[in-house]
Structures are given as structure tokens and as C-alpha cells.
Design a protein around this ligand. Structure first.
Ligand code: F6R
Length: 234
């Protein structure tokens, strides 16, 4: 696990964007993408860069259950606004949240992931340590599945909705095993509200109670953070 610490967020996002641009230049073609506030400056840099994703495929981490893709709240819409409208990929997949049989759709999504190894998986982290929407307690063996969002995650995401009641209660998400199948993982974590989760990650105790801690089990993780973390000497 490599930690790239930046005092200055602008520098952090410049470096993270460069990481993607160089990966494409060096032949990376399949990407796992994330949504959320953390990713917005990265996508802004990529929109303004020369990067060309037209030969690339992307798979998004997650989508709210019950929200049609056309909704302003869907991650499908977020991705189009943030990246795909400006930098189209050859193919982009976002889990579908409003089909009748979500479990079957999740299984199909997992099959596509298995058939398309990701060169890079981009991740953010929730205040409670979730990755994608894998909330504390999710099995490390989990594949793409439907999950109930915790009250804290719904509250954290309520800023995008008119009221807390409108925040979906469930989501479809890549599982932890699905995430770990990527060749390289880039995690971006900015802001004091992410400190507890990130500190738990670098302490190295791997526990389902802090899903992000599972990244200790992956051989190729790069972290971009503006948090100075105390790395335990073992
Ligand atoms: C989004 C996702 C989530 C977010 C996390 C942090 O696709 O997978 O795990 O990365 O909730 O969200 P922000 O960046 O809004 O703090």
C-alpha cells in the first residue's frame, strides 16, 4: 500500500488525474469508477485534460435502488455530467437500480466484471469505512449485490436530495470481492470526516467492521490523501 500525502488538494487532484492519464497512455483499458463529492475535482481535471478514453471500458461501483437512470439523482446521470458527456468511453456500465429483479441484474453485472478484468479501480471511502456501498459487516467474499444503506450513509448523502426521506434505503453495489479483483486500486480520501476510517485502514487491522481495511489484503493500492495518518510500527 502506497500512501501519497498532499497538503494541497489541488496538487493531490492533479497527481491523481495524471495517474489516470499515464495509465491510459501505458495501455490501461478497463476502469472501475466511483461517484461522490471526492471524485468531482478528479473528473473536472480529466474533463480538462487530453486523456482519451474512447478505447476504454468503464464499470461503476454502485447505483441507488429504485432510482431510474434518467433521474437527476442517479449515478448514471452523475457519471454522464461529470465525465462521460465530455470524455466518452467505448462502453460504460453503471449498475441498473430500477429493474424488478435487482438480484438477477446484480448477478449479471458481476459476470460482466469477471469477463472484463479492471486495470484500475477507483475508490472513495465513507465516514463509516464503507467502500462502494459495502457497509460495515459486509462479507469480504461478497460479489455485486443489493444492500440496505445505513442511517449514517443516508444522512451523508442527503445533501444531494430535497430531504432525508427521499434518500433511497437500498443500493446495488459491487461487492468487496468484486472490488479486490482489480489489478490496481486507487483510493482518494480527503477531509477530516474521513480520518477515522483512514486511520483504521493504515493501522492494518483487517476487519469487516471497517470495510476499507480490506485494502490491506490487496497487493497494489495507491492512496491519495490530504490526511497525515499515523502509520503503526509493527
Ligand atoms: C460512490 C461510492 C461511495 C463513496 C463514499 C464517499 O460510488 O462508492 O463509497 O465513495 O460514500 O463519498 P463522498 O466522496 O461523497 O464523501
Amino acid at each position: 500500500m502506497e500512501i501519497r500525502y498532499f497538503e494541497n488538494r489541488e496538487e493531490l487532484y492533479k497527481a491523481a488525474s495524471k495517474h489516470f492519464e499515464e495509465a491510459v497512455a501505458n495501455g490501461a483499458r478497463t476502469f472501475g469508477l466511483a461517484t461522490g463529492g471526492t471524485m468531482e475535482p478528479l473528473y473536472e481535471n480529466l474533463r480538462n485534460s487530453d486523456v482519451d478514453f474512447s478505447q476504454c471500458t468503464s464499470f461503476n461501483l454502485d447505483e441507488y435502488a429504485g432510482i431510474p437512470k434518467e433521474s437527476e439523482h442517479s449515478y448514471y446521470t452523475y457519471m454522464h455530467e461529470q465525465l462521460f458527456n465530455t470524455k466518452p468511453f467505448s462502453k460504460s456500465f453503471v449498475p441498473v437500480g430500477d429493474v424488478e429483479d435487482l438480484t438477477a441484474a446484480a448477478r449479471e453485472y458481476e459476470n460482466m466484471l469477471k469477463a472484463n478484468e479492471r486495470d484500475i479501480q477507483l475508490l472513495g471511502v465513507g465516514e463509516n469505512g464503507h467502500i462502494a456501498f459495502n457497509e460495515p459487516g459486509t462479507s469480504f467474499d461478497s460479489e455485486t449485490h443489493v444492500i440496505e444503506l445505513t442511517p449514517s450513509t443516508r444522512e451523508a448523502n442527503a445533501r444531494y436530495f430535497a430531504s432525508l426521506d427521499e434518500v433511497p434505503t437500498h443500493a446495488v453495489t459491487m461487492g468487496i470481492a468484486s472490488i479486490l479483483h482489480a489489478k490496481e486500486i486507487i483510493l482518494i480520501a480527503c477531509g477530516e470526516n474521513k480520518r477515522d476510517a483512514m486511520q483504521a485502514l493504515v493501522e492494518g487491522d483487517v476487519t469487516v467492521e471497517v470495510p476499507v481495511s480490506v485494502l490491506n489484503n490487496h497487493p497494489n493500492v495507491v492512496i491519495y490523501t490530504d490526511l497525515q495518518l499515523k502509520v503503526a510500527v509493527k
